[in-house]
Design a protein around this ligand. Structure first.
Ligand code: ATP
Length: 235
């Protein structure tokens, strides 16, 4: 069996006295797009924080590429190929587009990184000298995704990439996400735009009140019972 790029094993976690995640387990395979869905407040962002190392679980394990990283710091997980695009915070707003790209890519390969970024989203080349904070929301998300891409990560966690964007822009970003996955990078997407993410995901987890309420294929997730119970408000 192929080793999962990410395994979350029986994680329980929360803030102070409040338990937010209870006995949560999930896996992300190589080159796959996995959707993490569920109602507001279900604990999706909290789970991403446990994977990145921002939040330490009270029990359970986070395993990256077969290695238990539960006690490892954020930077050590990043070195192992983990990349996180937090909701609304994927770029440095006061730096230019080009500076954002060059800071993300490997040292010594600046022009290669810039070319890769512009090839992915040509509009970023046209706007290379613009301050990132003055880009449209869609262009900022393109920049955030590209910043992750040029780091050649093994796993990218993306929180609500489609938030507030026009459907045509979401389509462009999701097409690019599919391309990255086809090149072997795995992605775990937290999404509100359920119908669009179901179209590109190979596996779906639904988190509800801190527990995995559903795990299955996008087709199964679209079945009326799962959809109506957990996803219809978010679609
Ligand atoms: P949303 O879609 O609304 O972002 P979510 O599924 O990502 O929801 P979380 O943001 O993980 O859910 O929040 C889960 C619960 O944890 C909520 O009750 C929230 O109020 C609480 N919570 C989140 N962050 C903190 C924090 N830093 N301190 C205390 N409680 C928090």
């Amino acid at each position: 069996m192929t080793e999962n790029v990410l395994r979350v094993d029986s994680v329980t976690a929360g803030y102070d006295d409040a338990i937010v995640l209870r006995d949560v387990s999930l896996g992300v395979g190589p080159g796959s797009v996995v959707a993490l869905l569920g109602p507001n407040g279900a604990g999706k962002t909290t789970l991403l924080n446990v994977v990145t190392g921002v939040l330490q679980p009270s029990s359970g394990r986070v395993v990256l590429g077969g290695e238990d990283v539960t006690k490892r710091a954020i930077a050590q997980r990043a070195k192992r190929g983990l990349c996180h695009i937090p909701e609304g915070h994927g770029v440095f707003p006061s730096l230019t587009v080009k500076e954002n790209i060059l800071l993300a890519g490997p040292r010594g390969k600046e022009s290669e990184s810039f070319d890769k970024a512009v090839e992915a989203f040509p509009v970023l080349g046209e706007r290379r000298s613009q301050i990132a904070g003055s880009l449209s929301g869609g262009q900022q998300q393109m920049l955030a995704v590209v910043r992750a891409y040029i780091q050649s990560p093994k796993l990218v966690l993306i929180d609500e990439v489609s938030m507030g964007l026009a459907p045509v822009i979401v389509d462009q970003i999701f097409e690019f996400i599919e391309q990255i996955a086809a090149q072997g990078t795995s992605l775990l997407l937290v999404e509100q735009y359920v119908s669009r993410v179901l179209a590109i995901a190979s596996h779906v987890y639904v988190l509800n009140r801190g527990e995995i309420a559903f795990s299955g294929t996008p087709q199964e997730a679209s079945s009326s019972q799962v959809f109506d119970t957990y996803l219809s408000a978010a679609s």
